[in-house]
Design a protein around this ligand. Structure first.
Ligand code: MG
Ligand code: MG
Length: 628
């Protein structure tokens, strides 16, 4: 299936929009009338710009309040349509979108509307143009695609067809199966959009909160499968009204849009294998079996400080790279790489962000297939010069320009530590840390949808609900991306204010992404004691927190005393318990967390976040975060 997007979906002037849309790989574009009216070039110039960029103009839109009008308004509406036909011919736009009327002057009646469209079809035919009718969810008389189809069916004109829009149908919960009986050649174009599951006024929801398929909660795959089953041969065209996208970078939003359509077609093919091939097949979504390593770029005194903290956390230096200034620290199944090389991306990351996590390695079944899928979904592959005796590990760019490496068990990648590193004897008693529980990535709020789509389209992961985390200086939105087995857990945090701990981190590190790593402990109290013995002081939590815990939850006095002694935070749900211990952070706001899950507790202690954030801000150098 071909891909298209409406110019209204992204920011910029019409030229910037068209360039971004072409760069993202779309086949076609819908010209939104206001984008043309606000632009200072003629229709003929826009037409040749699109041609030069290799973009087909799929649609001109919208034409409002056309059908059902009494005379003399009816005649005026036809005159208006003729003027738009003139413009469309100059633009080379073959199809006009007429959305169902919201005019108080419009009269109801399927036959009246059908007669109007039959006449409009005649006029369009004389110009070699086509007209499609779309039911707005808030249309005055027609607000359901089934009624719009009935109007089109009765108009019975070859130049009149139906336009479907997933938002208008799904926001009203109209069953998608009702599309399957419509002849595919009478569907002139299909617009797709997703949206978060809000309960609000339909028009407001549509105009401000639409997002790319896969970013929201609507059953868009189901809708698109029903469309494809009709034999519809036109493009899937994004029509996204979203305040965030209107202020975002055009190329980023266009790239997200293209990724969303590739992923949508992939999901359609999986959901309904009987459909004809929609596009070249992709390797399936990738199951992640664990985080193999996390890699820091660090240097000099900062690297020394990091090594000291790792030692206090019970990590042993287990390997030294054969040719570079790179060390591997290990404990349980955790590998931490400290890269002090003055070359390659580690150098670039250090210079840009300071000491920071700039790469992580994920364990997958097939690293090469993972890279192939990621590439097909517009991820940016990464490679750099590989020295003698080093492996060329497949990698892509992730949040903040960092890397995601892919390691598998079937190739020599499984032996990366043996191949690239001289192994060393453990020099440290471990502290009972077993694996990485989760990794928290911080970003600007307006990047969150981008990265949620990135992770969901490439990997087998689900997204959790968007949670508001209260920082004393503002709101941070947090959303979890995780797999069922818990072998990949990422918490994405979107910051809007630089006064929040998350915003401070972005500013101080110039856009690094990994703000904290949470290690899982076998027995968190034992670990807390071991850390104390190693001289690592945990983050002090206010005594008020423990008074409240005692009031809220029915905890045994000894248990409460243990929590308080070790500065442990606590949460529980119906399935289990969660314990958290924080290590005071670095000045830029990066920190380590230690957690223990008992039973099947599936959360991340969100209820405790405001208290530990306040404690962390007290612990960071007092002037480090600007105050109000
Ligand atoms: Mg629409
Ligand atoms: Mg955490």
């Amino acid at each position: 299936m071909k891909t298209s997007i409406a110019t209204v979906s992204i920011s910029g002037d019409l030229r910037e929009k068209l360039e971004a849309i072409a760069a993202a790989g779309f086949d076609g574009v819908e010209i939104f009338e206001n984008d043309f009216l606000a632009f200072d070039r003629s229709a003929a110039e826009v037409r040749s710009m699109a041609e030069d960029l290799g973009l087909a103009i799929t649609l001109f839109q919208p034409f409002r309040d056309f059908e059902g009008l009494p005379e003399p308004l009816r005649a005026k509406a036809f005159d208006r349509a003729e003027r738009k036909f003139d413009l469309m011919q100059a633009l080379g736009a073959p199809l006009l979108l007429v959305c169902s009327s919201v005019s108080p002057a419009a009269l109801g009646g399927i036959d009246r509307a059908a007669a109007d469209f039959r006449d409009l079809g005649e006029r369009a035919a004389q110009r070699g143009l086509r007209v499609g009718y779309e039911a707005l969810a808030w249309g005055r008389h027609v607000n359901d695609h089934r009624d719009a189809w009935e109007v089109v069916r009765r108009a019975d004109h070859p130049n009149i067809g139906l336009i479907l829009d997933s938002f208008h149908s799904l926001s009203r919960r109209i069953p998608s199966d009702t599309i399957r009986a419509i002849p595919g050649d009478k569907i002139f174009i299909v617009q797709v959009a997703d949206a978060p599951a809000f309960d609000m006024d339909l028009l407001y929801w549509s105009r401000h909160f639409r997002n790319m398929p896969g970013e929201g909660d609507l059953p868009v795959v189901d809708f698109a499968c029903a469309v494809a089953a009709t034999g519809y041969a036109g493009p899937l065209s994004l029509e996204i009204f979203n305040d965030q996208f209107r202020s975002g970078a055009p190329r980023t939003i266009a790239a997200d849009g293209h990724r969303s359509l590739v992923y949508l077609m992939d999901q359609m093919q999986t959901a309904e294998p009987a459909l004809p091939p929609l596009r070249p097949p992709l390797p399936p979504r990738v199951a992640v079996n664990g985080v193999s390593f996390v890699e820091f770029a660090a240097r000099d005194a900062e690297a020394e400080n990091l090594r000291r903290v790792l030692g206090q956390l019970g990590f042993s230096r287990l390997g030294r790279h054969r040719s570079k200034s790179v060390e591997r620290f290990g404990q349980g199944a955790i590998n931490i790489v400290v890269n002090s090389a003055r070359e390659g991306l580690a150098q670039a990351a250090y210079l840009a962000h300071g000491t920071s996590v700039y790469a992580m390695g994920l364990l997958v079944e097939d690293a090469a297939a993972t890279l192939e899928r990621a590439r097909a979904l517009d991820a940016q592959p990464f490679s750099q010069a590989v020295g003698a005796g080093e492996l060329d590990i497949p990698a892509i760019r992730g949040v903040g320009g960092g890397l995601i490496y892919f390691l598998d068990q079937t190739s020599e990648l499984a032996r990366v530590w043996d191949i690239e590193f001289d192994s060393l004897e453990p020099d440290q008693a471990d502290a009972g840390l077993t694996h990485i529980d989760h990794i928290a990535q911080t970003m600007n709020y307006d990047e969150m949808l981008t990265w949620i789509l990135f992770y969901r389209s490439i990997f087998v992961v689900n997204k959790g609900p968007l949670v508001d985390v209260i920082d004393p200086a503002g709101l941070v939105r947090s959303q979890v991306v995780e797999n069922q087995a818990g072998t990949l857990r990422l918490t994405l945090n979107g910051a809007e204010s630089h006064r929040t701990l998350a915003g401070h981190f972005i500013a101080e590190t110039f856009g690094s992404s990994v703000q904290h790593i949470a290690f899982a402990a076998r027995d968190i109290v034992r670990t807390a004691r071991a850390l104390a013995q190693n001289g690592l002081v945990s983050l002090p939590i206010s005594p008020n927190y423990y008074d409240d815990l005692a009031a809220r939850l029915d905890l045994a006095p000894e248990q409460l005393a243990t929590l308080k002694t070790h500065n442990l935070l606590y949460d529980r749900d119906g399935a289990g318990e969660y314990f958290q211990l924080y290590i005071p952070g670095f000045e830029d706001g990066f920190f380590f967390e230690i957690v223990e899950r008992r039973g099947a507790y599936a959360g991340y202690g969100a209820i405790n976040a405001p208290f530990r954030i306040a404690a962390q801000k007290r612990a960071i150098r007092p002037a480090a975060i600007p105050r109000r």
